[in-house]
Design a binder for this molecule. Sequence first.
Ligand SMILES: [Zn+2]
Length: 341
Amino acid sequence: MKEQLAKIRTEALAAFEGAQDSAALDALRVQYLGKKGELTAVLKQMGRLSAEERPAMGQLANEVRAALEEAIESASKKLEAAALEAKLEAEAVDVTIPGAPVSIGHKHPMYSALDEIKDIFVGMGFTVLDGPEVELAYYNFDRLNAEEGHPSRDWSDTFYFDADSRVMLRSQTSPMQVHAMETMPLPIRIIAPGRVYRKDEVDATHSPMFHQVEGMVIDKNVTMADLKGTLNAVVEQLFGKGTVTRFRPHHFPFTEPSCEMDVQCHKCGGKGCPTCKGEGWIEVLGAGMIHPKVLEMSGIDPEVYSGWAFGMGLERLAMRQFKITDLRLIFENDIRFLEQF
Ligand SMILES: [Zn+2]
Protein backbone atom coordinates (compact mmCIF):
# COMPACT_ATOMS: atom_id res chain seq x y z
CA MET A 1 0.00 0.00 0.00
CA LYS A 2 2.89 2.30 0.83
CA GLU A 3 4.35 1.63 -2.62
CA GLN A 4 0.99 2.24 -4.25
CA LEU A 5 0.75 5.66 -2.61
CA ALA A 6 4.31 6.58 -3.61
CA LYS A 7 3.62 5.53 -7.20
CA ILE A 8 0.41 7.60 -7.37
CA ARG A 9 2.27 10.58 -5.95
CA THR A 10 5.12 10.39 -8.51
CA GLU A 11 2.83 9.77 -11.49
CA ALA A 12 0.28 12.40 -10.52
CA LEU A 13 2.85 15.12 -9.91
CA ALA A 14 4.47 14.47 -13.30
CA ALA A 15 1.06 14.43 -14.99
CA PHE A 16 -0.01 17.71 -13.40
CA GLU A 17 3.28 19.31 -14.41
CA GLY A 18 2.73 18.25 -18.03
CA ALA A 19 -0.93 19.39 -18.33
CA GLN A 20 -1.29 21.64 -21.41
CA ASP A 21 -4.42 23.53 -20.38
CA SER A 22 -6.93 23.86 -17.56
CA ALA A 23 -9.31 21.32 -19.12
CA ALA A 24 -6.58 18.68 -19.11
CA LEU A 25 -5.70 19.57 -15.53
CA ASP A 26 -9.35 19.17 -14.48
CA ALA A 27 -9.45 15.72 -16.05
CA LEU A 28 -6.34 14.75 -14.09
CA ARG A 29 -7.86 16.05 -10.88
CA VAL A 30 -10.81 13.69 -11.41
CA GLN A 31 -8.49 10.83 -12.37
CA TYR A 32 -6.49 11.02 -9.14
CA LEU A 33 -8.64 12.78 -6.52
CA GLY A 34 -12.19 12.16 -7.75
CA LYS A 35 -14.70 9.83 -6.01
CA LYS A 36 -13.65 7.02 -8.34
CA GLY A 37 -10.07 8.27 -8.53
CA GLU A 38 -6.87 6.33 -7.95
CA LEU A 39 -6.10 7.78 -4.52
CA THR A 40 -9.65 7.19 -3.34
CA ALA A 41 -9.42 3.60 -4.49
CA VAL A 42 -6.31 3.06 -2.35
CA LEU A 43 -7.91 4.70 0.69
CA LYS A 44 -10.83 2.30 0.41
CA GLN A 45 -8.40 -0.52 1.17
CA MET A 46 -7.50 1.03 4.55
CA GLY A 47 -10.09 -1.18 6.22
CA ARG A 48 -7.99 -4.23 5.49
CA LEU A 49 -5.04 -2.90 7.45
CA SER A 50 -4.32 -3.83 11.05
CA ALA A 51 -5.08 -1.33 13.80
CA GLU A 52 -1.33 -0.70 14.27
CA GLU A 53 -0.67 0.02 10.61
CA ARG A 54 -3.69 2.22 10.05
CA PRO A 55 -2.61 5.55 11.68
CA ALA A 56 0.75 5.70 9.89
CA MET A 57 -0.79 4.79 6.56
CA GLY A 58 -3.61 7.27 7.13
CA GLN A 59 -1.12 10.04 7.72
CA LEU A 60 0.83 9.10 4.61
CA ALA A 61 -2.35 9.07 2.54
CA ASN A 62 -3.25 12.54 3.80
CA GLU A 63 0.22 13.81 2.96
CA VAL A 64 -0.11 12.46 -0.57
CA ARG A 65 -3.55 14.07 -0.98
CA ALA A 66 -2.22 17.41 0.28
CA ALA A 67 0.79 17.21 -2.06
CA LEU A 68 -1.48 16.43 -5.03
CA GLU A 69 -3.85 19.28 -4.22
CA GLU A 70 -0.99 21.72 -3.83
CA ALA A 71 0.53 20.57 -7.14
CA ILE A 72 -2.82 21.05 -8.92
CA GLU A 73 -3.15 24.53 -7.46
CA SER A 74 0.30 25.63 -8.61
CA ALA A 75 -0.10 24.01 -12.06
CA SER A 76 -3.43 25.82 -12.44
CA LYS A 77 -1.81 29.16 -11.59
CA LYS A 78 0.97 28.52 -14.07
CA LEU A 79 -1.54 27.73 -16.82
CA GLU A 80 -3.52 30.91 -16.09
CA ALA A 81 -0.39 33.04 -16.23
CA ALA A 82 0.65 31.40 -19.50
CA ALA A 83 -2.82 32.00 -21.00
CA LEU A 84 -2.67 35.68 -20.04
CA GLU A 85 0.81 35.98 -21.50
CA ALA A 86 -0.37 34.44 -24.78
CA LYS A 87 -3.40 36.76 -24.89
CA LEU A 88 -1.26 39.84 -24.37
CA GLU A 89 1.17 38.65 -27.01
CA ALA A 90 -1.64 38.16 -29.51
CA GLU A 91 -3.15 41.57 -28.84
CA ALA A 92 0.12 43.46 -28.67
CA VAL A 93 0.38 46.74 -30.61
CA ASP A 94 3.64 47.66 -32.21
CA VAL A 95 4.08 51.20 -30.98
CA THR A 96 7.09 51.74 -33.24
CA ILE A 97 4.99 51.59 -36.45
CA PRO A 98 4.45 55.17 -37.74
CA GLY A 99 0.81 56.33 -37.25
CA ALA A 100 -1.59 57.30 -40.03
CA PRO A 101 -1.37 61.06 -40.58
CA VAL A 102 -4.33 63.04 -39.14
CA SER A 103 -5.32 65.94 -41.35
CA ILE A 104 -6.02 69.02 -39.25
CA GLY A 105 -8.21 71.70 -40.78
CA HIS A 106 -8.12 75.39 -39.97
CA LYS A 107 -10.48 78.18 -39.10
CA HIS A 108 -13.09 79.15 -41.70
CA PRO A 109 -12.00 82.40 -43.41
CA MET A 110 -15.11 84.22 -42.19
CA TYR A 111 -14.43 83.25 -38.58
CA SER A 112 -10.81 84.41 -38.94
CA ALA A 113 -12.22 87.79 -39.98
CA LEU A 114 -14.59 87.71 -36.98
CA ASP A 115 -11.73 86.87 -34.59
CA GLU A 116 -9.82 89.88 -35.88
CA ILE A 117 -12.83 92.15 -35.30
CA LYS A 118 -13.38 90.75 -31.79
CA ASP A 119 -9.70 91.33 -30.94
CA ILE A 120 -9.90 94.96 -32.04
CA PHE A 121 -13.04 95.72 -30.03
CA VAL A 122 -11.99 93.78 -26.93
CA GLY A 123 -8.76 95.81 -27.05
CA MET A 124 -10.92 98.94 -26.81
CA GLY A 125 -12.81 97.67 -23.76
CA PHE A 126 -15.88 96.18 -25.48
CA THR A 127 -17.60 93.04 -24.18
CA VAL A 128 -18.56 90.32 -26.70
CA LEU A 129 -22.20 89.17 -26.30
CA ASP A 130 -24.00 86.13 -27.70
CA GLY A 131 -27.79 85.97 -28.02
CA PRO A 132 -30.79 84.01 -29.31
CA GLU A 133 -31.39 83.45 -33.03
CA VAL A 134 -35.07 82.70 -32.36
CA GLU A 135 -36.30 86.08 -31.21
CA LEU A 136 -39.50 87.90 -30.31
CA ALA A 137 -40.63 90.46 -32.88
CA TYR A 138 -40.96 92.68 -29.83
CA TYR A 139 -37.16 92.77 -29.45
CA ASN A 140 -36.35 92.53 -33.16
CA PHE A 141 -38.71 95.39 -34.17
CA ASP A 142 -40.88 97.13 -31.53
CA ARG A 143 -38.11 97.95 -29.09
CA LEU A 144 -35.97 99.18 -31.99
CA ASN A 145 -38.57 101.71 -33.08
CA ALA A 146 -39.80 99.68 -36.08
CA GLU A 147 -43.50 99.65 -35.22
CA GLU A 148 -46.40 97.70 -36.76
CA GLY A 149 -46.52 98.39 -40.49
CA HIS A 150 -42.77 98.96 -40.88
CA PRO A 151 -41.79 97.35 -44.23
CA SER A 152 -39.06 95.16 -42.68
CA ARG A 153 -41.77 93.37 -40.61
CA ASP A 154 -43.45 92.06 -43.75
CA TRP A 155 -43.95 88.30 -44.13
CA SER A 156 -42.15 88.49 -47.48
CA ASP A 157 -38.95 89.56 -45.66
CA THR A 158 -39.05 87.73 -42.34
CA PHE A 159 -39.26 84.10 -41.17
CA TYR A 160 -42.09 83.94 -38.61
CA PHE A 161 -42.99 80.89 -36.53
CA ASP A 162 -46.59 81.86 -35.78
CA ALA A 163 -49.58 83.42 -37.52
CA ASP A 164 -49.49 86.39 -35.12
CA SER A 165 -45.97 87.39 -36.28
CA ARG A 166 -44.66 87.36 -32.72
CA VAL A 167 -41.88 84.75 -32.82
CA MET A 168 -39.30 84.88 -35.60
CA LEU A 169 -35.77 84.14 -36.70
CA ARG A 170 -33.99 87.41 -35.93
CA SER A 171 -33.48 89.49 -39.07
CA GLN A 172 -30.65 91.50 -37.50
CA THR A 173 -28.32 91.35 -34.49
CA SER A 174 -29.78 94.65 -33.24
CA PRO A 175 -32.16 93.04 -30.69
CA MET A 176 -28.93 92.36 -28.77
CA GLN A 177 -28.79 96.13 -28.18
CA VAL A 178 -32.07 95.89 -26.28
CA HIS A 179 -31.00 92.76 -24.35
CA ALA A 180 -27.81 94.59 -23.33
CA MET A 181 -29.73 97.70 -22.23
CA GLU A 182 -32.10 95.51 -20.17
CA THR A 183 -29.41 93.46 -18.43
CA MET A 184 -26.18 95.46 -18.23
CA PRO A 185 -25.29 98.39 -15.99
CA LEU A 186 -24.34 101.68 -17.66
CA PRO A 187 -22.04 102.62 -19.29
CA ILE A 188 -22.31 99.87 -21.94
CA ARG A 189 -19.75 98.93 -24.60
CA ILE A 190 -20.65 95.72 -26.45
CA ILE A 191 -20.32 93.91 -29.73
CA ALA A 192 -22.67 91.03 -30.61
CA PRO A 193 -21.76 88.85 -33.59
CA GLY A 194 -24.14 86.17 -34.88
CA ARG A 195 -26.36 84.63 -37.57
CA VAL A 196 -29.36 86.50 -38.93
CA TYR A 197 -32.13 85.39 -41.31
CA ARG A 198 -34.05 87.06 -44.13
CA LYS A 199 -36.19 85.76 -46.96
CA ASP A 200 -33.60 86.38 -49.69
CA GLU A 201 -33.03 84.21 -52.74
CA VAL A 202 -29.52 82.76 -52.92
CA ASP A 203 -27.26 84.50 -55.43
CA ALA A 204 -23.70 85.83 -55.63
CA THR A 205 -24.38 88.50 -53.00
CA HIS A 206 -27.45 87.21 -51.07
CA SER A 207 -28.28 84.33 -48.75
CA PRO A 208 -31.30 83.68 -46.45
CA MET A 209 -28.76 83.27 -43.60
CA PHE A 210 -25.78 85.50 -43.05
CA HIS A 211 -23.73 86.98 -40.22
CA GLN A 212 -23.71 90.42 -38.66
CA VAL A 213 -21.62 92.08 -36.02
CA GLU A 214 -23.56 94.53 -33.88
CA GLY A 215 -21.84 97.18 -31.80
CA MET A 216 -23.15 99.66 -29.24
CA VAL A 217 -21.82 102.26 -26.82
CA ILE A 218 -23.97 104.10 -24.25
CA ASP A 219 -22.46 106.61 -21.86
CA LYS A 220 -22.76 110.25 -20.84
CA ASN A 221 -21.70 112.84 -23.45
CA VAL A 222 -21.32 110.33 -26.29
CA THR A 223 -21.47 112.04 -29.69
CA MET A 224 -21.24 111.30 -33.41
CA ALA A 225 -17.55 112.26 -33.15
CA ASP A 226 -16.98 109.22 -30.88
CA LEU A 227 -18.75 107.02 -33.43
CA LYS A 228 -16.58 108.28 -36.28
CA GLY A 229 -13.36 108.20 -34.27
CA THR A 230 -13.92 104.65 -33.05
CA LEU A 231 -15.00 103.24 -36.41
CA ASN A 232 -12.11 104.97 -38.21
CA ALA A 233 -9.69 103.40 -35.74
CA VAL A 234 -11.28 99.97 -36.29
CA VAL A 235 -11.09 100.31 -40.07
CA GLU A 236 -7.42 101.31 -39.91
CA GLN A 237 -6.68 98.15 -37.94
CA LEU A 238 -8.70 96.01 -40.36
CA PHE A 239 -7.60 97.49 -43.68
CA GLY A 240 -4.35 99.27 -42.89
CA LYS A 241 -3.20 102.65 -41.63
CA GLY A 242 -4.37 105.65 -43.59
CA THR A 243 -7.51 103.91 -44.93
CA VAL A 244 -9.85 106.71 -46.04
CA THR A 245 -13.50 106.55 -44.97
CA ARG A 246 -16.62 108.57 -45.67
CA PHE A 247 -19.93 108.74 -43.83
CA ARG A 248 -23.09 109.11 -45.94
CA PRO A 249 -26.49 110.06 -44.46
CA HIS A 250 -28.91 107.11 -44.32
CA HIS A 251 -32.06 106.03 -42.50
CA PHE A 252 -32.57 103.34 -39.86
CA PRO A 253 -35.56 103.34 -37.50
CA PHE A 254 -33.44 102.86 -34.37
CA THR A 255 -30.79 105.56 -34.95
CA GLU A 256 -31.04 109.32 -35.45
CA PRO A 257 -29.06 110.60 -37.23
CA SER A 258 -28.14 107.49 -39.23
CA CYS A 259 -25.28 106.96 -41.66
CA GLU A 260 -23.47 104.41 -43.76
CA MET A 261 -19.71 104.17 -43.71
CA ASP A 262 -17.69 103.48 -46.87
CA VAL A 263 -13.97 102.85 -47.18
CA GLN A 264 -12.04 104.07 -50.16
CA CYS A 265 -11.30 101.20 -52.58
CA HIS A 266 -7.89 99.70 -51.74
CA LYS A 267 -7.48 98.52 -55.34
CA CYS A 268 -7.87 101.77 -57.24
CA GLY A 269 -7.48 104.38 -54.51
CA GLY A 270 -10.90 105.85 -55.30
CA LYS A 271 -10.64 106.13 -59.09
CA GLY A 272 -13.11 103.32 -59.74
CA CYS A 273 -12.39 99.68 -60.69
CA PRO A 274 -14.21 96.31 -60.93
CA THR A 275 -13.63 95.63 -57.18
CA CYS A 276 -15.60 98.74 -56.19
CA LYS A 277 -17.90 98.45 -59.24
CA GLY A 278 -16.53 101.76 -60.52
CA GLU A 279 -17.62 103.63 -57.38
CA GLY A 280 -14.22 104.19 -55.80
CA TRP A 281 -15.81 103.34 -52.42
CA ILE A 282 -16.92 100.15 -50.71
CA GLU A 283 -19.79 100.13 -48.20
CA VAL A 284 -18.71 98.57 -44.88
CA LEU A 285 -21.42 99.22 -42.28
CA GLY A 286 -24.49 101.10 -41.15
CA ALA A 287 -24.39 103.18 -37.97
CA GLY A 288 -25.89 106.12 -36.11
CA MET A 289 -26.73 107.75 -32.81
CA ILE A 290 -29.22 105.60 -30.86
CA HIS A 291 -32.73 107.04 -31.21
CA PRO A 292 -33.90 108.71 -27.95
CA LYS A 293 -37.12 106.63 -28.13
CA VAL A 294 -35.05 103.40 -28.14
CA LEU A 295 -33.18 104.54 -25.03
CA GLU A 296 -36.43 105.58 -23.35
CA MET A 297 -38.13 102.25 -24.05
CA SER A 298 -35.26 100.54 -22.20
CA GLY A 299 -35.57 102.90 -19.25
CA ILE A 300 -32.50 104.99 -20.07
CA ASP A 301 -32.92 108.77 -19.81
CA PRO A 302 -31.93 110.29 -23.19
CA GLU A 303 -31.41 113.65 -21.47
CA VAL A 304 -28.56 112.13 -19.45
CA TYR A 305 -27.24 109.35 -21.64
CA SER A 306 -26.53 109.07 -25.35
CA GLY A 307 -25.07 106.30 -27.46
CA TRP A 308 -24.13 105.08 -30.89
CA ALA A 309 -24.49 101.75 -32.63
CA PHE A 310 -23.39 100.03 -35.80
CA GLY A 311 -24.07 96.82 -37.67
CA MET A 312 -21.85 95.26 -40.29
CA GLY A 313 -22.16 92.24 -42.54
CA LEU A 314 -19.45 89.73 -41.78
CA GLU A 315 -19.54 87.89 -45.11
CA ARG A 316 -19.04 91.11 -47.03
CA LEU A 317 -16.06 91.93 -44.87
CA ALA A 318 -14.50 88.49 -45.32
CA MET A 319 -15.16 88.66 -49.06
CA ARG A 320 -13.29 91.94 -49.18
CA GLN A 321 -10.45 90.75 -46.97
CA PHE A 322 -9.90 87.47 -48.85
CA LYS A 323 -10.91 88.76 -52.31
CA ILE A 324 -13.81 86.29 -52.59
CA THR A 325 -16.16 87.22 -55.44
CA ASP A 326 -19.16 84.92 -54.76
CA LEU A 327 -20.95 84.79 -51.40
CA ARG A 328 -22.06 81.19 -52.01
CA LEU A 329 -18.44 79.98 -51.78
CA ILE A 330 -18.43 80.95 -48.09
CA PHE A 331 -21.30 78.55 -47.24
CA GLU A 332 -20.73 75.69 -49.67
CA ASN A 333 -17.74 74.52 -47.61
CA ASP A 334 -15.97 73.00 -50.59
CA ILE A 335 -12.68 71.91 -49.08
CA ARG A 336 -10.80 72.85 -52.29
CA PHE A 337 -11.98 76.42 -51.80
CA LEU A 338 -11.46 76.60 -48.03
CA GLU A 339 -7.93 75.17 -48.23
CA GLN A 340 -6.78 78.29 -50.05
CA PHE A 341 -6.95 80.40 -46.90
ZN1 LIG B 1 -11.81 100.33 -56.85
